[in-house]
Structures are given as C-alpha cells and as structure tokens.
Design a protein around this ligand. Structure first.
Ligand code: ADP
Length: 525
C-alpha cells in the first residue's frame, strides 16, 4: 500500500495528545480514501454529539473552516456540522454501526451557513484508550445534482402519502358500502386528502415552472378590495374550523383600481394566510393588513401586504432556511397531523420575486410571525378606467347612512363606496343613526345600511324608530340589514322590522353595488 498520498494530508487532533492510531489503521484508511477519491477525513467517537477525534485539512477546506473555527462552531461535536434535517438519519445510521462499506450522502453546513452535499465512506476503529471510534472519508458532491435527487425523493414520498390515504379510504368505503355513517367519514377523508394532494401537485408544478422559466405573469385590471374579499371568502371555512378570526385592515389605500397578476397575487397572500392558520392556535386572530406606501413611481402604487399570526413563531436560526424548498422546522411544537411539504414559502418567495416584490419575515418563538410582501402594482390609467366606468352604471352622488359599530367595517364600507363616488355618513350605533337621520331634511339619505348587533340601540330597534319618522322620510327610505346573522329566521326578522332587504357579512361589494343600483333606479335618484 502506497501511503504517500495519505501523509500529504495534515491531520488535526481534537485532543492534545497525539496517538499512533492512524498508523494502526493506515491501511484501512488509505484504502477508503482512495476508493472515495477522498478529499478529507474525519474521525470521532461513538458518543453523544459524535465528538470529533481528528479532522483533516482537506475536509475542513471543503466546508471553508480553519480547525480552530470549526471546533469553536461545533463545540467539538461533529453532529453540529451536519444539516439539522439530516442529523437523525446520520446518527441512526452511525449507531447502527454499519461497517461503512457503502457510501452515504448527507449535507454539512459550511462556514457561510449554506448546506453542501458530501458523500461519505466510514469505517469502525478503536482509539488507543479503547474508546470506539468511527473514521470517515468525505468528499464534496455536486450540489445541484444532489438537490435534484433530494427533490425527487422528497416529492415521491410526499405525494405518495396522501395518495395512499386516498386509496386506503376508498377501499374502506367499498367494504362499508352499506354503512352510511362510515361511508361518510371515509369519503370526507378522501376529499380532504385529495385537496392536500392537489395543493402539493400545484406547489410542485409552480416551483418547477418558475425554475424552468415557463411561468408567465398575466396582468389584468382588478379591484384590490374585491381581491382581498375573495380571499377572505375562500378562507371562511378553514377559519371557522379553528374558530379563528381574520382581521383585515386597510391603511392609506388610495388606489383600488389596479393592474396586475391577480392569480399570483392572491396565491402568495393565500399561502401566507394558510400557514398563519396552520401554525397558530384555535381561537386566535390572524391579521391581514394592506397598506399603500408613499408613491415611488407615477404609474405604480407601492403596497405592503402583511400577514400576522400569534402562533408558534419561527426560531431565528430557521428564518432564512424556511424559504428553501422542503425546509421545515422539525420540532415537536408542530403537530404531526399538520399536512406540510415545505414548498409553500419557496413558491411564495419565487412568485413574489418574479412579480418584482420582496418577502420579509419577522418572528419570535411562541409570540408569532409577520410575513410582509412589498409589491409595486400598476395603477389603472385614466383610459382603462374610463373604459370600465363606461360599462358600469354610475352610483355617483348617492348618499348612504351606514350604521355599523365595528371600526374596520366602517372604514371598509366608506372606502369602498367612496370609490364609486358615493357619500357615506357613519353612525356607531342605532341611537346615533336616529339622531343623524333626524338632523337632515327628508330625502337627504338615499339608503341605510344597518348592522344588527350593536351597543346602545340595535339594528331592529333603530329600524323601528326610523320607520316612525315620516316627517324625515323614514317611512320610505330603503333599509338594508347588513349582518353576519344569516339564517332564514334572521332575514325574516329583519323584514318584520320594516327593513327592505338583507345582506350577509362579509359584504360582497358587487352585491352591494347591485342593491344600491336597484334602489337608485327604483327611486329615480
Ligand atoms: P409547509 O407549511 O408545507 O411545511 P412552507 O414552505 O409553507 O411549507 O413553510 C415551511 C416551514 O416554515 C413550515 O413547515 C413551518 O415550519 C414554518 N412556517 C411557515 N409559516 C409559519 C408560521 N406562520 N408560523 C410558524 N412557522 C411557520
């Protein structure tokens, strides 16, 4: 055996006393190094944390450390240099004490904090003092190639899991075809797993089409409030399941008619909301803040979409990594029944970047997280606005009295109706509405939007009172109940208190516009 190659390598011992161990094991080690066209060798003890016994200069160079830096960074434990996701498998494999004849691949953390794929061959040995020892030769492998292999093995596992559940449940459904109750449960699970699978397939395709440059942005005119409202409606079921509340707020929003890729904009906000719901407890609030920033460009408006939760939070050490595909926090705080694949944030970040925006995160463990998308969005030009205004009949100059105690809802109604040139006065409760109504001449308000559950005087009492004020036009004015009480009985109750219609919350502004238009035409306003 020619040992010259080996002796060119400088070996650093973690302990002060040198040992003649390498000489004892030379043959084995050199053989292993040559087979693996090795660029480094590391040895450690079969003890918790895998304490390092020695490491070669080439091994250190691969990951960009000096010996001192490496020892300081790892505290002398090799496991600290292994990517957290690979640690369990690496330790298990090592403790299984395979003889090291086969190669294995895993990721080390380099000096910059990035992961590098290495391939390793390992052999067992014993130190002079009798402590069992492992000796590994490691070399760098092509990161891109390994990343692809990793991607495929993860994907096939993550897609198979829901697919197996679907198959299993479908079989059980067939065996229990006459048992209505069981059938119901199994079919529910089939549907649930199918949605999960669909979501995963969507994410994989998104990521792949972004990476390969196939994904194109498709811009179209849209209404910002409507886009947000649609999102809210889509999440209603999920929020209800966890008894969570989505609190939406708008700040300084001056532009509502915009041009952009609505599908992708909705997708990124929805991905963040889905995580906020998943990773925060039942009955907590999730916030979606939409803020328009100071203009930087005359044709565009800068927006921030902030999704805040009060959930488990993200440790600082993971805050960059979770944006990488398949990175997730393997930790007992996350319930294992949360379906996750670890692609959502990678897709979200890629789409935001494609749209020219940025995605930021601030988070604190057990306090919560805020993900912020900052995005410039094109403003609709006068020309395109005129075009869309031509097709939409005008509601301009209508005067609306909105009776609503919730400040956020008040702002939303005012903002939305102002966009259509409608004047809105707001009353915080029924009693205030009666006062406001009485302070104006007959015919001043064209319609009243009436919340039902309010302090001081509720919507029913308020409608009753106004109907008794014919001198101010209270007998004629259309009153529409706008409430989250949406049962058939609630609608009947509203009508029995002299109201003319009922509209469920959250308000669908298209529906509201249609209602206003109906009364405008009917009363020839
Ligand atoms: P997935 O949710 O499918 O695992 P993501 O890419 O969306 O994938 O998220 C990656 C990881 O980031 C999650 O597994 C979770 O550990 C963490 N994470 C994402 N959003 C939140 C959040 N709002 N709160 C706490 N952890 C989060």
């Amino acid at each position: 055996m020619d040992n010259r190659f080996f002796y060119k390598e400088e070996i650093y011992f973690a302990e002060h006393h040198k040992q003649n161990l390498l000489e004892h094991n030379q043959e084995k080690v050199v053989d292993m190094l040559l087979q693996n066209t090795a660029v480094g060798v590391v040895g450690g003890f079969y003890e918790e944390g895998l304490p390092i016994h020695f490491i070669s200069q080439f091994a250190l160079r691969n990951i960009g450390y000096t010996f001192e830096e490496f020892m300081e960074k790892t505290g002398g434990n090799f496991i600290e240099a292994v990517c957290p996701d690979d640690r369990r498998f690496y330790t298990m494999d090592l403790l299984g004490q395979s003889d090291g004849s086969e190669k294995r691949e895993f990721r080390l953390i380099n000096q910059k904090g990035d992961y590098v794929w290495v391939s390793e061959m390992r052999t067992k040995s014993v130190a002079d003092n009798g402590r069992p020892l492992w000796i590994s030769s490691i070399r760098l492998v092509h990161n891109e190639h390994m990343a692809k292999r990793h991607f495929i093995s993860k994907i096939s596992h993550d897609l198979r899991t829901p697919m197996n559940a679907i198959l299993g449940m479908a079989r059980l459904a067939r065996y229990n075809i006459d048992n209505r109750e069981k059938l119901d449960t199994y079919l529910d699970l089939v549907i649930q797993s199918s949605y999960h699978l669909l979501n995963e397939i969507g994410q994989v395709l998104d990521l792949k089409s972004i990476e390969s440059g196939v994904m194109q942005l498709e811009e179209q005119p849209f209404n910002l409030h409507e886009l947000v409202q649609e999102i809210e409606e889509l999440f209603a079921g999920r929020l209800e399941n966890k008894k969570q509340r989505l609190v939406i707020s708008y700040k300084h929003v001056r532009h509502n008619q915009l041009i952009g890729d609505t599908v992708n904009l909705q997708k990124v906000i929805m991905n963040l909301l889905a995580n906020a719901i998943k990773y925060s407890p039942d009955e907590s609030d999730i916030e979606l803040d939409v803020e328009e920033l100071e203009p930087a460009d005359p044709d565009k408006a800068g927006f921030e979409f902030r999704v805040t939760d009060h959930g488990i939070g993200i440790p600082e050490s993971m805050q960059d990594r979770i944006f990488e595909p398949f990175e997730r926090i393997e930790d007992s705080r996350e319930s294992s029944d949360i379906p996750h694949i670890g692609l959502g944030l990678a897709v979200t970040k890629s789409i935001v970047q494609m749209m020219g925006g940025t995605l930021r995160l601030t988070s604190e463990v057990d306090v919560g997280s805020t993900f912020t998308i900052a995005q410039q969005i094109r403003i609709q030009t006068e020309e395109s606005r005129q075009q869309s205004e031509k097709s939409a009949p005008s509601l301009e100059d209508m005067r609306v009295l909105a009776v609503e105690d919730n400040q956020i809802n008040q702002e939303l109604i005012v903002e939305m109706l102002n966009q259509d040139g409608i004047d809105v006065d707001v009353a915080d409760n029924g009693a205030e509405a009666v006062k406001l109504f009485a302070s104006h001449e007959n015919g001043y308000y064209h319609i009243i939007l009436m919340d039902i559950n309010m302090p001081v005087m509720n919507g029913y009492e308020c409608a009753d009172t106004i109907r008794q004020m014919p001198e101010h036009g209270g007998d004629m004015i259309p009153i529409i109940a706008v409430t989250s009480d949406t049962l058939a009985e609630d609608v009947k109750l509203a009508l029995s208190h002299g109201m003319n219609g009922h509209m469920p919350k959250p308000i669908n502004f298209e529906e509201l516009r249609a209602t206003l238009l109906f009364w405008k035409n009917k009363h020839k306003i």
